[in-house]
Design a binder for this molecule. Structure first.
Ligand code: PEP
Ligand code: MG
Length: 434
């Protein structure tokens, strides 16, 4: 569709593939009936820096084309046909927010080291599209912690060829070189539907043929992607990441497929790189539980909290009716994360986090205290997260974490951390804008 300039999209649902087609210049905001904060449509909107509110239940039936709407993506407030005073107020709020963001940009260029110098964290960016690299670098990323390669497969009727994929991966690797780029293998299924694959509809897609499961049953597609990644790996610092691992055999089978692909490339005399790291997304509770076993097979873990929370708390991340239960600071989530970090550390492997949790300032003290090596997030969050890390001490983080781990309820932990951060950073505006 050709959208008129300054449009606000109001829809019952908007797929991640549709969201990826949006031109930032044309769209001022997005509002949908369905979805949640960590649905891929919301994540995509955040990457494009478009204010979005999802899960409004009936909004698409209330709005007419031509209406004026205020979309406050920071608080989730949507105002239909506001009066002039309200418009004035929100224009002001918009300017304050923009100036605040601008004032933070300088922090993006600094390293994320605690004030006492006792902890440092690598801050990387999540990207969906190759073109997002500029924004990511501009906000101060130190590499790419999650490249969601499935977007190469969405919104089209054919599959991307090995060469097309190779060129995309090579561009990202070369652009970031020598900084690391974590390329995640295809994660379609769930709310990301690749129409070209013509997959049957599932009753529970989030728990169905998704990610590595799909790749293991469609070997051709998987091998084509692996060939493209291994070839592109010659052009930068490549980390290969496998999504949705839920048991040992999946990683073992994946590694044997990689060996098969390498043998094939060697036989064909095609150049590829052997000097890459292989890791898994820890995002299924069963993988978190056996993290000690999985750690023996991989070079790194990246905790995917978007899915880990969805599966651990049994809350569909795209279901607006249960989204109120989706809580990053649920004691169960914190314990799972701690368990995974400890298992990684015991084996001496790198532990990152790339779910949306990593970019929310309120979680930072706990993540620092636990000793996570890398936080990968949407570009917009990088400057504020760096600022925050640079202002706190490890001791402070340990103390807060110790207290938080003794609490019983997510609400209690949330209130505790929120009041700490508001007191500690009273002048900062970001709390209303995460
Ligand atoms: C996650 O699950 O936390 C993650 C980073 O991957 P995605 O959001 O693409 O499922
Ligand atoms: Mg995931």
């Amino acid at each position: 569709h050709q959208l008129p300039p300054n449009s606000i999209i109001v829809a019952h649902d908007l797929s991640p593939a549709d969201a990826a087609q949006i031109k930032r210049e044309d769209v001022l905001g997005i509002v949908t009936d369905v979805g949640g904060r960590t649905s891929h449509t919301a994540i995509m909107a955040r990457s494009l820096k478009i204010p979005a509110v999802t899960g409004m239940e009936k909004i698409s039936r209330m709005v007419q084309t031509g209406d004026t709407i205020v979309v406050d993506g920071s608080t989730g407030i949507v105002i239909l046909n506001p009066d002039p005073e309200m418009i004035f107020r929100y224009r002001q709020r918009h300017d304050v927010f923009r100036n605040y963001q601008q004032s933070l940009m300088a922090f993006g260029r600094l390293p994320a080291v605690t004030r006492d110098g006792n902890r440092s964290v690598r801050i990387t960016a999540n990207i969906e599209l190759v073109d997002e690299m500029d924004i990511a670098l501009n906000h101060g990323c130190e590499g790419i912690g999650l490249f969601r390669t499935e977007y190469l497969f969405l919104g089209r009727s054919d599959l991307p060829s090995e060469q097309e994929q190779y060129e995309a991966y090579r561009r990202v690797l070369e652009y970031n070189r020598p900084k690391p780029v974590t390329i995640r293998t295809l994660d379609v299924g769930g709310d990301k539907i690749a129409t070209s694959l013509n997959l049957p509809q599932e009753t529970n897609p989030a728990m169905g043929l998704r990610a590595i499961r799909l790749c293991l049953s469609y070997r051709e597609i998987f091998q084509t992607q692996l060939r493209a990644i291994l070839r592109a790996a010659c052009h930068g610092n490549c980390r290969l990441m496998i999504p949705m691992i839920s048991c040992m055999s999946e990683i073992l089978t994946t590694k044997s497929i990689i060996n098969h692909v390498k043998a094939e490339l060697t036989a064909e005399g095609i150049e590829f790189c052997n000097d890459y790291k292989i890791g898994i997304l820890v995002e299924v509770p069963s993988a978190a539980a056996i993290a000690d076993l999985l750690a023996r097979e991989v070079d790194f873990f990246s905790i995917g909290t978007n899915d880990l929370i969805q599966y651990a708390l049994a809350i569909d991340r795209v279901n607006e009716h249960v989204n109120y239960l989706y809580d990053t600071l649920h004691p169960a989530v914190l314990r799972l994360i701690k368990h995974v970090v400890n298992a990684g550390q015991a084996r001496g492997i790198d532990v990152s986090m790339c779910g949306e949790m990593a970019g929310d300032p309120v979680n930072i003290p706990i993540l620092i205290a636990l000793g996570i090596n890398e936080l990968s997030m949407n570009a917009l969050s990088i400057p504020i997260v760096k600022k925050l890390i640079r202002s706190i001490t490890l001791e402070e983080c340990l103390e807060l974490t110790d207290q938080a781990f003794r609490m019983q309820e997510a609400d209690e932990i949330h209130a505790f951390l929120e009041s700490w951060i508001t007191e500690r950073f009273p002048k900062d505006y970001f709390l209303n804008n995460s």
